[in-house]
Design a protein around this ligand. Structure first.
Ligand code: GLN
Length: 490
């Protein structure tokens, strides 16, 4: 492992400026790490030539004093972002050979900021999943191992599991994720990373393959809170090409990291202690509350009474939107086509060959809840409950500044361990989904290890467009927790 791959983005930024190493050297060190870690299956497509070309440009810009905020920093791009001239698959057979002629707004912004993209990282097919096992290109392996049995291959979480594995294994310094119901925060928790889902509308969705458009949001996955602030700054901003992009001011997120949270009120929702919450997660949460108290903040018990309806609401709204969004994959306009005797047969054969089991399950549920006979009973009802969930948060934020909860109900589990029951998998997002339904910013910060030596994260939830407070509190927790563990071999 090269010393260069151990650096944080903030450290590498300084090192490049001070000419201790070049962007080409930094990129080569990371490309070597990518090559040595193919067994993780973190990347779907590697782009070493483009990366080196870009790194040379970065060195030229650094020499001229024209460096962008991410100049020369190697990152991974979740393969849900369309990238011009580079295959963009969403980890689905149906887009296996899709090469976009355009660049998503967020990936374009990151490149403009000087980031060096090493390739496209794996995900659950169309971002539907919590383990990366639904990818058409095989599962991704978490670089962390159980102390009790290092031979078990663990999932990195999902859907942004390739990004999480790549950042955690030091293949890249940061990576993009997208989060519809937890896909940035849960893999961050499973891999010992910081993962931030910004407020809905903060990052443009333009050019990101759509799953559930009213929930999808891009965000950074990094090894430190500061790096999350740095990367976020180059991802956000109003985009007229996305009708739900928010035209709000972009703050300097890094400047929010003052370390001072004295007098802040932190909400602790009582509904986030479901029966059966593990003693390990309860303790992690209690320890986190202690850290905030020690830093001068006040924990306040709050109630979010509609929490128990969040999961069923999500599993109506998200599949409904997915069934509509995925109607475009008909074998005519995009990707895979399997010929049939009639047009209908061609549609059916193309979609049957192109979509995996989980995606088909979501399309079926979505089509059902949107059908004429059930639209009012399911879809409209779910929309109403979604409003109540959002109102719960709005009420809580009248008295507290930020909310602290666990990120996930467990540490990373083994590949294949949840195969028999999709509901077990869906329960993984029990703590992250309410935030998504309410459109609020949520961040997972690693604060401890499980008895078996695996990372565990806590989630901070903020007011709309108040990523600054979330980042500020997260940095205080990061420091207090002193999370320095790394996967074996790093
Ligand atoms: N695990 C959730 C799902 O399968 C969330 C996925 C996501 O956030 N993209 O839908």
């Amino acid at each position: 492992m090269s010393e260069l791959t151990k650096l944080t983005m903030a450290e590498a930024r300084e090192g490049l400026k001070a000419k201790r190493f070049t962007a080409v050297e930094l990129t080569k060190a990371h490309l070597a790490a990518v090559g040595a870690a193919r067994g993780l299956n973190a990347f779907v497509t590697e782009t070493p030539d483009l990366a080196l070309e870009r790194a040379k440009l970065s060195d030229a810009k650094l020499a001229k004093g024209e460096a962008g905020p991410l100049e020369g920093l190697p990152i991974g791009m979740k393969d849900l972002f369309c990238t011009e001239g580079v295959r963009s698959t969403a980890c689905s057979r149906i887009l296996e050979n899709f090469v976009p002629t355009y660049e998503s707004t967020v990936s374009g912004k990151l490149k403009d900021a000087g980031a060096v993209v090493l390739g496209k990282t794996a995900l659950d097919e169309f971002a539907m999943g919590s383990s990366n096992e639904t990818s058409a290109f095989g599962p991704v392996t978490n670089p962390w191992k159980r102390k009790s049995d290092p031979s078990v291959k663990l999932v990195p979480g999902g859907s942004s599991g390739g990004s999480a594995a790549a950042v955690s294994a030091r293949l890249v310094m940061g990576a993009t994720g997208t989060d519809t119901g937890g896909s940035i925060r849960q893999p961050a928790s499973f891999c010992g990373l910081v993962g931030l889902k910004p407020t809905y509308g903060r990052c443009s969705r333009w050019g990101i393959v759509a799953f559930a458009s009213s929930l999808d949001q891009a965000g950074p996955m990094t090894r430190t809170v500061r790096d999350a602030a740095i990367m976020l700054g180059s991802m956000v901003g109003y985009d007229p090409k996305d009708s739900t992009s928010a035209n709000v001011a972009v703050p300097n997120f890094e400047a929010a990291l003052t370390g001072d949270i004295r007098g802040m009120k932190v909400g602790i929702p009582k509904e986030y202690r479901p029966d059966g919450l593990s003693a390990e997660i309860s303790k992690l949460w209690a320890d986190g509350i202690g850290m905030l108290k020690d830093a001068g903040a006040t924990p306040v018990e709050i109630s979010l009474p509609h929490t128990k309806y969040a999961l069923p609401t999500y599993y109506i709204v998200a599949p409904a939107e997915c069934s509509s969004n995925l109607a475009r994959y008909d074998g005519v306009r995009y990707g895979k086509r399997v010929e049939g005797k009639t047009l209908d047969e061609m549609y059916a054969k193309s979609r049957a060959a192109g979509f995996g089991k989980e995606v088909r399950r979501r399309i079926l549920i979505g089509t059902y809840v949107l059908s004429a006979g059930y639209y009012d009973a399911y879809y409209i009802k779910a929309q109403k409950v979604r409003r109540l969930i959002a109102d719960d948060f709005a009420k809580a934020f009248e008295t507290v500044d930020v909310i602290l909860t666990p990120t996930a109900p467990s540490a990373a589990f083994g590949q294949g361990e949840t195969d028999d029951n999709p509901i077990t998998m869906w329960l993984n997002d029990i703590f992250t989904i309410p935030t998504s339904l309410a459109g609020l910013p949520g961040l997972s910060v690693p604060t401890g290890l499980s008895a078996d030596g695996l990372p565990l994260g806590l989630q901070l939830i903020g007011r709309p467009f108040d990523e600054e407070t979330v980042l500020k509190v997260a940095e205080v927790m990061e420091r207090a927790a002193g999370f320095t563990a790394v996967p074996a071999g790093i």
